[in-house]
Design a protein around this ligand. Structure first.
Ligand code: 1CP
Length: 366
């Protein structure tokens, strides 16, 4: 059986459920906080641990993933953790080769060039087998975290993964993958559908392994206009949440789901009605406007400009206070608007986390 979804009572009991409560829209005493890319090169212990090791070899080692997930929790008072992995393990599971080239980022030596190349992908992907190493990492980490905070599992969304599979790496214009949407819309939908099927199994497998929340990264949403977003992103994002939620419901499980569609301003209202519990925002969106557009239907997550971490500590505290005033202290998870950068100071992260906890507790008393 691919997915056995029974609850796992033998995991250590959760001691801090603030993040899960905020995600579900329940009252919290303080605003929970975590950072996208909280495991990363800005931590000296991360650089030391990763030194000389291949990135995807590290991803395939449950022990290594566990250690890297736990590192930021030893330093900071985060209210959630995210499993160390990468979104590109999904194209690998579908049969594509991906290398992490130092200084360049992820690279596909043999990207998809034209519609016939879809034949190079596996027709049937045994997710349980191909991504077993991620599931093992999640189960191990869930034990080793000892209930300190919830563990978030994640995936890349179909459009973002499709863009890497066709561009072969990051890109300035994304002209190759966008040309597919205009030249081969039907084949594009076929590919997005196949990615969606794998992603649904992958997320369910992560929950079965011990993930307590799920985040879907549509990091490249913003390179599309509103019409293409509605055609090529939104239906698949909805489909993923609906199918995962339906399957979990059958076994009485409720796992909060977060969608992060970076730079998709025009999509906010639709995303708030797409079965996700939480909509995660990049820093270009005004908190009050986001609340209006999502109509109080979902919790919100985000959205401090990561570069605000370069500010002096007192300034970080002020920025956080303004952000909390904009979002309010309920139905809200503080985070950055995107991932951290390697040259950031861990002290600034500590200041960010402290400011969120301190200001939100004060505001809740008033
Ligand atoms: O050697 C290294 O340390 C490389 C840096 C690194 C790290 C730490 C990469 C390469 N991936 C990761 C881990 C990672 N990737 C996590 C771990 C958990 C955490 O947040 O602490 C997560 C959630 C991701 C997800 C991811 N990978 C995304 C979605 C989030 C986002 O940033 O928008 C994307 C787009 C990737 C691809 C990727 N992997 C790595 C890089 C440098 C990139 C981006 C490349 C590009 O700009 O296109």
């Amino acid at each position: 059986d691919l997915i056995h979804l029974e609850a796992r009572p033998y995991f250590p009991q959760l001691k801090n459920d603030t993040f899960l409560r905020a995600a579900r829209g329940e009252q919290t005493q303080h605003v929970p906080v975590w950072c996208m890319r909280q495991a990363g090169r800005y931590l000296p212990e991360f650089r030391e641990f990763r030194a000389g090791k291949d990135f995807f070899d590290t991803c395939r080692s449950p022990e290594a993933c566990c250690e890297l997930t736990l590192q930021p929790l030893r330093r900071f008072d985060f209210d959630a953790s995210i499993i160390f992995s990468d979104i590109l393990v999904v194209p690998q599971a579908m049969g594509m080769e991906v290398q992490m080239v130092p200084g360049k980022g992820p690279t596909f030596p043999d990207p998809l060039k034209d519609p016939e190349d879809l034949q190079r992908l596996k027709t049937k992907v045994d997710v349980q087998k191909e991504l077993d190493y991620v599931f093992k990492a999640i189960t191990l980490t869930r034990h080793k975290i000892e209930g300190k905070v919830p563990l978030i599992g994640f995936t890349g969304a179909p459009w973002t993964l499709m863009s890497y599979m066709i561009e072969g790496s990051g890109s300035k214009t994304f002209s190759k993958v966008k040309s597919w949407l205009y030249r081969y819309p039907e084949v594009s939908h076929m590919l997005l559908k196949r990615l969606t099927d794998v992603i649904v199994d992958y997320l369910l497998g992560q929950v079965a392994a011990g993930a307590q929340a799920l985040q879907v990264f549509e990091s490249h949403a913003g390179i599309l206009g509103p019409v293409e977003f509605k055609a090529f992103c939104l239906p698949y994002l909805r489909d993923i949440a609906r199918r995962v939620k339906d399957q979990l419901k059958e076994t009485g499980q409720d796992v909060p789901m977060i969608v992060f569609a970076k730079d998709a301003h025009y999509g906010l209202e639709d995303l708030s009605q797409s079965y996700y519990d939480v909509v995660s925002l990049d820093w270009t969106i005004d908190p009050r406007l986001a609340r209006e557009q999502t109509g109080g239907k979902v919790s919100l997550q985000g959205n401090m400009d990561p570069c605000a971490l370069y500010a002096p500590k007192e300034r970080i505290s002020e920025i956080v206070k303004t952000m909390l005033e904009g979002f309010g202290t309920q139905r809200y998870i503080a985070n950055l608007g995107h991932g951290m950068y390697p040259d950031m100071d861990p002290e600034s992260v500590a200041a960010f986390v402290e400011a969120v906890h301190k200001h939100s507790r004060q505001m809740n008393k008033q």
